[in-house]
Design a protein around this ligand. Structure first.
Ligand code: HAM
Length: 443
């Protein structure tokens, strides 16, 4: 008999996934560490909407980028009332455009202060799913933006962001990261470089992939991010942006490198690193890693975007930022744990309350409440369980079992067994809290 389609299992959509405990403990650890490190560098959290006006990404990220031309989740949002207009909306494929929109909308430039904002949240791109590449993925990112008078253009800001990232990766014990660095020049030098690139592409473009033949016309810079192996020997012969930088951009880049050297942050210069978004100017970077990610080895990317605010109709507001692919960071940490053979410690609860009959359930719950209020981590069984089942469940979940029988509830003396030592003792209720606190790893 065939499965009634109405009863077929509904699965998570391709390219999306559920994150479950205990894996989510690692996500929490990463996010907690990031928040702590960012706070030390003076960043505050920003939360922007998950969907925005489609125009924001078309203008901000760039019509010719892969993200905008093929990967966005866009829909026509119908008007629900006469007063409303239908609008094209898009699930955010990245967060920089949203942050800069918020900066403009809330006139943050008028504060005269440098804005240091970080975010943690889901982004959406309709890419071909594979390990480390999802259609819903998470980014931990940050942006430093402000009026030029706030020092937002200073190379010190670039170096500070890069040094913060190196510190964060080191705190997370990510080993073997490589920082690739480049300068893509300002909007005034870019046209000269693009003209040279176009001229160099003219005689060879027919030998490139179909996408690059189109890019050669519409946005030649994007040819440099092409991943098609057959195109690489041709791309290697194209002119390099470093030869087209003016004195100011060269000096800016040299100052970034000098500060990184002073802080002892290692980097590799990569003249082809132009990145897949159109808003970048001057410093661009990626941190990559060889462990556990296969082809998707870019752990994070970012750069300067000195003209983005103006592209979105805002005031002059130079900025620099980055986004870490959190899914990739977690995969890397997991691969490292596996490679080192380290046992991920099972984080057990402090105690399991085992009522021996349904009549003891209220007592068990009240005792659990008291212990939890004291900061202990407690699970409560159920009076319908047999003693054997209570012990088995407790042993899996917790360090200790607290047995609550009829006698225990009336005398206030509780039987406590420690699974690690095998010791079983009787303790008065008041002492139980103190005892559990002493042995808890949490408090
Ligand atoms: P991006 O290079 O497009 O830059 O993305 C940053 C990081 O997000 C990548 O290095 C990667 O780790 C992760 N990522 C991207 N797409 C996926 C995917 N489909 N699945 C899993 N992870 C992915 C940006 O998004 C810029 N907004 C960064 C930035 C901030 N630039 C300046 N400020």
């Amino acid at each position: 008999m065939g499965v009634n389609p109405q009863h077929a299992n509904i699965k998570a959509v391709r390219g999306t996934r559920d994150l479950l405990p205990p894996e989510t403990d690692l996500w929490f650890h990463v996010e907690h560490t990031a928040r702590r490190v960012f706070a030390c560098y003076g960043f505050g959290e920003v939360r922007t909407p998950i969907f925005e006006d489609t125009q924001l990404f078309a203008r901000g990220v760039g019509e010719e980028t892969d993200i905008v031309s093929k990967e966005m989740y866009t829909w026509e949002d119908r008007a629900r009332a006469q007063s409303e207009k239908a609008q094209s909306l898009t699930l955010r494929p990245e967060n920089t455009a949203g942050v800069v929109r918020a900066y403009i909308e809330h006139k943050l430039g008028e504060t005269g202060q440098l804005q240091k904002l970080y975010y943690i949240g889901p982004q959406f791109r309709r890419e071909r799913p594979q390990k480390g590449r999802y259609r819903q993925f998470f980014q931990i990112g940050a942006e430093v933006i402000g009026a030029p008078s706030s020092g937002s253009e200073s190379p010190l800001r670039d170096a500070e962001v890069l040094e913060m990232l190196a510190t964060l990766l080191n705190e997370l014990d990510i080993k073997g990261w490589v920082l690739n660095l480049n300068s893509v020049g300002s909007s005034s030098e870019r046209p000269r470089y693009i003209a040279a690139l176009k001229a160099a592409l003219e005689p060879v473009k027919a030998n490139l992939c179909i996408d690059c033949q189109r890019r050669a016309e519409t946005n030649p810079l994007r040819v440099l991010d092409c991943k098609v192996p057959q195109d690489q020997p041709i791309i290697a012969t194209l002119p390099q942006i470093a030869d087209y930088l003016d004195e100011a951009s060269k000096a800016h880049f040299a100052a970034v490198l000098a500060s990184l050297d002073a802080c002892g942050v290692p980097y590799e210069l990569n003249p082809r690193l132009v990145r897949g978004l159109d808003y970048y100017t001057r410093t661009t970077f990626e941190f990559s890693i060889e462990t556990g990610l296969g082809t998707q080895n870019a752990l994070l990317g970012g750069g300067r975007y000195d003209g983005l605010s103006e592209m979105l109709g805002g005031p002059k507001a130079p900025g620099i930022g980055f986004a870490i692919g959190e899914d990739r960071l977690i995969l890397t940490l997991q691969a490292m744990q596996e490679a080192s053979g380290a046992q991920v410690p099972q984080d057990k609860l402090d105690a399991y309350m085992a009522p021996m009959g349904e009549a003891q359930n209220p007592y068990a719950l009240a005792l659990a409440k008291e212990l939890r209020t004291a900061g202990l981590r407690i699970e409560v069984g159920d009076g319908s369980f047999r003693l054997k089942k209570s012990f088995e469940t407790a042993d899996k979940l917790a360090c200790k079992i607290v047995i609550i029988g009829e006698d225990e509830a009336s005398s206030g003396e509780l039987t406590v067994k420690d699974f690690a030592t095998g010791q079983q003792v009787k303790l008065p209720r008041e002492i139980l809290i103190e005892q559990l606190k002493i042995t808890s790893r949490n408090i």
